[in-house]
Design a protein around this ligand. Structure first.
Ligand SMILES: Cc1cc2nc3c(=O)[nH]c(=O)nc-3n(C[C@H](O)[C@H](O)[C@H](O)COP(=O)(O)OP(=O)(O)OC[C@H]3O[C@@H](n4cnc5c(N)ncnc54)[C@H](O)[C@@H]3O)c2cc1C
Length: 442
């Protein structure tokens, strides 16, 4: 049977799209979903550690755009065993609680079991008379009239040319939170990267009473600011037409020179962010690339603020001298003479020995997208060549420049074209818009 819609990916984006399609009357037995694990968990929420928390307060984890407090209200009833969630900046629940919420939302549709589920990974796509043939990694194939790629955050790779082989103490993919118990309490630890995953790692180590030294290496030499309890951000209207310089000027004018750790700074930033994706889409591609090169790192630091629990742990570790933050980049990682010790080489020439190295350097490359580009099914983006060329209506573009009107992508992998589609709320809004279109076409 040919499915009307096949979603490739089994994380939050796939689950949000599924829910929005079902609420629009899409028959569940016309849907196929390809991807491992429990639908809705993915890399972000398929997390086993209680110390890995959501990095925004519950009221901002918005699956249903018209019911903004839905998760917060669900959590108030269903999460009874987490007194540490409450902070002055709001409630920051465990990531696994959000996975439970997603499972609950999916289970509320009786027809959910009628969806055809494939636990394999999709390997390649080819056009056929019915639409698309999707070949899975065990050789199985299925066909669908329309395909949506929701492969999200590819597992991180080591950020150096000659990556090390797997070895005890080396954590290449830290997102599941299944590694802290393997680190001895007195181990010397190196953390590569200084974003939210690094904060999760620090929080976990601290909560497990880790007492070995921790060196955190990141080019910025600082950690992200903490979330504040900002309220009442009013969406700002961005000027049009815009070039990169005007984009920056508008941001500077509206944020001002204040201290970014303050609530008012974040309130202003959030006001800018509400319509930023539309403004971003109106920029010429070269301006987008230039802005990303010059300001991407600063944007990421300001955009991805840490939960208060993780920031609190990092501060304790800094104050006690246990944690050192080095402004540097990691250029090499090799096993030392004793293979349980690892040698971390830095851009400045320095070398650090460690018992454990945690890779918090961010998402890797999407293998399916790379394969589709290599196979000539889709074109590469001009300024982000490992990502697909696509339209702002989320269709992927073929090598001849024609948009495939039955092949879409959603989620974080679309951010290079559509802007800030990275958090749960914006992904769900994107999924709702796409569901309108898919439901109308079916
Ligand atoms: C560690 C982490 C924590 C985060 N925390 C928050 C937070 O607290 N709040 C917030 O708003 N946002 C958070 N985010 C942002 C996050 O990107 C989104 O919320 C969301 O999880 C993205 O979902 P996704 O399904 O697109 O991607 P993913 O979660 O990466 O899921 C993609 C899924 O697709 C599967 N897949 C990949 N390739 C294939 C293939 N070829 N075939 C089949 N299946 C495939 C993967 O196995 C995976 O299950 C976090 C992100 C990460 C990575």
């Amino acid at each position: 049977m040919t499915a009307s819609v096949c979603i490739i990916g089994s994380g939050y984006s796939a689950a949000a799209l599924t829910l929005h399609l079902l609420t629009r009357g899409m028959p569940a037995d016309r849907l196929a979903i390809v991807g491992p694990g429990q639908l809705g968990q993915g890399q972000a929420y398929g997390c086993v550690s209680d110390n890995f928390r959501l990095n925004v307060r519950a009221g901002l984890m918005r699956l249903w755009p018209d019911q903004p407090d839905h998760f917060a209200e669900w959590a108030a009833v269903n999460v009874a065993d987490d007194p540490n969630a409450r902070t002055d900046a709001g409630d920051f629940f465990r990531r696994r609680d959000f996975a439970a919420y997603m499972a609950d939302q999916l289970a509320s549709f009786a027809s959910i079991t009628d969806i055809s589920r494939y636990g394999q990974r999709a390997e390649c796509l080819s056009q056929v008379a019915e639409g698309w043939r999707i070949t899975l990694d065990d050789g199985t194939a299925l066909t669908a009239s329309q395909v949506v790629i929701a492969t999200g955050n590819p597992a991180p790779d080591w950020p150096m040319k000659n990556p090390p082989a797997d070895a005890p103490g080396l954590v290449r993919v830290p997102w599941r939170g299944d590694w802290p118990e393997r680190i001895a309490p007195d181990a010397e630890v190196v953390i590569i990267g200084g974003g939210l995953t690094a904060l999760d790692a620090l929080h976990s180590l601290h909560k497990r009473s880790h007492h070995g030294s921790v060196s955190l290496i990141c080019p910025e030499g600082m950690l992200p600011p903490v979330q504040t309890n900002w309220q009442n951000a009013t969406p700002l209207r961005w000027p049009t037409p815009l070039r990169g310089s005007g984009f920056l000027r508008f941001m500077r004018r509206n944020i001002g020179d204040g201290d970014w750790s303050r609530t008012e700074w974040q309130r202003r930033f959030e006001s800018l962010r509400m319509n930023i994706s539309t403004a971003w889409q109106s920029l010429p591609e070269d301006d987008q690339a230039r802005l990303m090169r010059r300001m991407g790192w600063l944007w990421s630091l300001a955009r991805f603020r840490a939960g208060p629990q993780a920031t609190g742990s990092a501060q304790v570790m800094l104050d006690s001298g246990q944690l050192t933050i080095r402004r540097d980049i990691v250029t090499g990682l090799t096993a030392g003479a004793d293979t349980t010790r690892h040698l971390v080489s830095l851009g400045t020439g320095r070398r650090i020995e460690a018992d454990a190295v945690i890779n918090c350097s961010g998402a890797g490359r999407d293998r399916l997208m790379a394969r589709l580009i290599d196979d000539g099914v889709i074109a590469a983006h001009d300024t982000a060549p490992h990502r697909p060329r696509m339209t702002t209506t989320l269709t992927l573009v073929g090598p001849d420049g024609t948009a495939h009107d039955d092949l879409y992508a959603i989620g974080p992998g679309t951010a290079h074209v559509v802007g800030d589609i990275l958090g749960a709320a914006s992904i769900s809004r994107q999924a709702a818009t796409l569901a309108d279109r898919l439901a109308a076409d079916t």
